[in-house]
Design a binder for this molecule. Structure first.
Ligand code: ARG
Length: 321
């Protein structure tokens, strides 16, 4: 009996140890504090610790601010394909743990790379499959200002009305000027049928691989310069719930106009692609959340319980022997 207890305990310990190392970070957690965005508020430093500012260079020397991105692991940033859809990009500069565009704080780390991947199905005229990955070699260390955001599994459904967060360094008022400080705003997910009704006047069709978010009346939206950045939603309703990335800022007609919400690439349609092109290149796993609707059911937990059963099975075997 005692043996059985010890055995079960060690199995649990074994599993816990495995979970600690392989699923070290579940992602989407903010540690410090509680875009160019129209109708938003300034973010505090560390409020959206997965936000990345992406600069590109066409000349090796001059890097200009290009897009937003989201940190999804210690060496991968998720962004939009259209950010890189230009010939002659000679280099990419990533600012991670970023709060201000012009004068990076001591919490900001920089990574230079030229390793990026545009989804092979990206269509530059329709903006379909607007997703890209940027890889950098020198991994970052997570801290209060630098955290990855989790990806949702393909089975999760995003329902209309759910409130999510957009963030970025993009335009705030249609002046064409990028802002200095990160901004954010809450937006509602708008169901695809409604979104298509509104956008039909512009001959735009939104597919199930895209998510519309904003408000019927407009007023709050992403705008030029926010592209590539996250549409992040809480895993559950509780105020300490982690965030999961549901969308990538892609396009809109104007910014913050009535019945012209922002259109985001739906991450769920591309989770397999993202996982396939990240896990293979490094040992690190991308944090994955399988159900933002019903509380945190982490991908890691499935393996966790599987290993637990394995441990228990081994114990039973030992007892039988
Ligand atoms: N395509 C824009 C960019 O490159 C993002 C536009 C988002 N527009 C909108 N109305 N939500 O930054």
């Amino acid at each position: 009996m005692l043996f059985l207890l010890a055995c079960a305990l060690s199995a649990v310990n074994f599993v816990a140890a495995v979970e600690d190392t392989r699923f070290e970070v579940t992602g989407g957690n903010r540690i410090a504090g509680d875009g160019r965005i129209v109708g938003g508020s300034p973010a505090s430093d560390g409020q959206w610790p997965w936000q990345v500012a992406i600069y590109t260079s066409l000349s090796q020397e001059n890097y200009t601010f290009t897009c937003g991105g989201s940190l999804i692991s210690k060496n991968y940033v998720l962004s939009a394909a259209h950010c890189f859809n230009r010939p002659n990009i000679t280099g990419i500069l990533l600012r991670i743990g970023v709060h201000g565009l012009t004068n990076p704080s001591s919490n900001t780390v920089e990574r230079y790379t030229n390793s990026y991947r545009i989804h092979e199905d990206y269509n530059a005229s329709t903006y379909k499959t607007d997703v890209s990955l940027i890889y950098f070699n020198d991994i970052v260390t997570y801290n209060s200002y630098i955290q990855p955001i989790s990806l949702p599994a393909a089975t999760v459904t995003v329902s209309g009305g759910e409130s999510c967060v957009i963030s970025g360094f993009g335009e705030t008022n249609g002046t064409g000027q990028s802002i200095a400080q990160l901004r954010y705003a809450n937006v509602d997910i708008i169901d695809t049928t409604t979104c298509n009704n509104w956008y039909s006047a512009d001959n735009i069709t939104v597919t199930n691989d895209q998510i519309c978010a904003g408000f019927e009346a407009g007023g709050i939206d992403t705008c030029q310069g926010d592209s590539g950045g996250p549409l992040a939603c809480r895993v559950s309703n509780s105020s300490d719930s982690p965030y999961v990335i549901q969308g990538i800022t892609s396009f809109g007609v104007g910014c913050a106009l009535a019945r012209r919400p922002g259109v985001y690439t739906s991450i769920q349609s591309y989770v397999d692609w993202i996982v396939q092109h990240t896990i293979s290149e490094t040992g690190e796993r991308i944090p994955l959340i399988s159900d933002p609707g019903n509380g945190a059911m982490y991908h890691g937990l499935a393996v966790y319980s599987w290993l637990w059963l394995l441990g228990l099975h081994r114990c039973v075997q030992l007892i039988v022997e």
